[in-house]
Design a protein around this ligand. Structure first.
Ligand code: ADP
Ligand code: MN
Length: 374
């Protein structure tokens, strides 16, 4: 039967609760989720084209379906013979993989969302999770929690600006390992320091270095790499794109009646300057990736003739034509809807809009500073 190939913990998780898994090829995420978040993704998926909500599909990670556990764990040490059921956006399939099923059983019976990994395809994904909103408690949270979260909003940048930086990761140019700044840092700073964090997340290479006008991979040896950061012109391009995306996202959210508590913007950009440079020189700003070959089977996701989602392993010989994936210079997504509600008549979430505007202003400020270096 169809199966999800082996999964492993998501390495590039910069915030939130541990427990997000990724498929072997890193393209999909499996996130333990509360019913409210699952319902939200389902509502977005089902929204008709004339429904404002459908526009959120441009900004949320692609939603492939829900992974559900069936069957029971016989005793705490034994692996249940239950199957994992993937309930896709449309239709139904049952997937069996004892190994994975046992892991999911042992970590509890919660349902899992299957989402596209926003960092997939990036060579050095620089990732920033920005918590949005001025109100950090759910209306049905216990009073103690509400009181605590009112204090948190007051004592952090959330209350005044509608943003709080959660974790972020960047790369040095000589390392393939990311440098992670934990969420405690974002919690500790004042409003005045927000631009400093943006500067840490979007570092310009310290020394100007020559990039041959007709840059090719083989000219690598002619170029001396600075220790960290991207060339100003690349960052300028990334910031311009992200700023335009944020404006569009803001316009979309202004038309949706919702309350988003604890949700985030997830920004990803390419920190590998060779690859970023290559991508900038492509006419559409995109390129395709030739994926590394390995001995493991690839996972293929498709909808079959009955409208059902099929996740299956495909043998290596068959993947020759599947090896191309569209790559990006940067991406912006809205994530984490564990405490998001759609409420007719409530109007837009002003705290979230405020946060998006704060990000627009911060990115513009950074862009102007970088423009002066060009
Ligand atoms: P939590 O409810 O635990 O805060 P989130 O949905 O915010 O869960 O996810 C936690 C972290 O996982 C994010 O900060 C991000 O690093 C990563 N993540 C979540 N969703 C995606 C996604 N679709 N693509 C890439 N990374 C993601
Ligand atoms: Mn989160």
């Amino acid at each position: 039967g169809p199966t999800i190939a082996a999964t492993r913990p998501l390495a590039a998780q910069v915030g939130g609760h541990a427990g997000i898994e990724t498929t072997e090829d890193n393209s999909l995420l499996i996130k333990p989720a509360l019913p409210r978040e699952i319902e939200f993704y389902q509502r977005i998926a089902a929204a008709g084209d004339h429904d404002e909500l459908s526009k959120l599909r441009n900004w949320t990670p692609k939603f492939l379906g829900v992974l559900k556990l069936e069957g029971q764990l016989k005793d705490s040490n034994a692996v249940g013979d239950g199957n994992m059921e993937i309930v896709p956006v449309h239709g139904n399939i049952v997937s069996e993989d004892k190994d994975i099923a046992s892991r999911f059983f042992l970590s509890g019976p919660a349902q899992r969302l299957v989402l596209e990994n926003a960092a997939y395809g990036f060579v050095k994904p620089c990732i920033l999770d920005v918590k949005l909103g001025t109100v950090l408690y759910d209306e049905d949270a216990p009073p103690e929690k509400q009181a605590r979260m009112i204090k948190v909003a007051h004592n952090t940048t959330s209350g005044e600006t509608g943003v709080r930086f959660t974790g972020f990761q960047v790369y040095g140019n000589d390392s393939s390992e990311p440098i992670l700044t934990p969420k405690s840092y974002g919690r500790s700073i004042k409003k005045e320091q927000l631009p400093d964090v943006i500067e840490m997340f979007f570092p310009v290479s310290s020394a100007p270095y020559p990039i041959p006008p007709n840059f090719t991979e083989t000219s690598d040896s002619d170029v001396s790499k600075p220790q960290s950061g991207l060339p100003a012109i690349l960052l300028h391009c990334i910031l311009t794109t992200l700023q335009a995306d944020l404006e569009e996202l803001k316009a979309t959210i202004a038309n949706i009646e919702m309350r988003m508590v604890g949700g985030s913007i997830l920004i990803v950009y390419e920190g590998d300057w060779e690859r970023a440079w290559k991508m900038l020189s492509m006419p559409s700003g995109t390129a395709t990736i030739e994926e590394e070959e390995d001995d493991d089977d690839e996972v293929e996701v498709e909808i079959d003739e009955n409208g059902q989602l099929v996740l299956e392993s495909i043998p290596d010989e068959a993947i020759e034509e599947e090896e191309e994936h569209q790559a990006l210079l940067c991406s912006l997504s809205l994530i984490d809807f564990a405490h998001t509600r759609l409420i007719d008549g409530a109007g837009p979430d002003e705290g979230v809009l405020k946060g998006i505007q704060t990000m627009i202003d911060l990115l513009r400020q950074r862009k102007d500073k970088i423009a002066a270096m060009l």
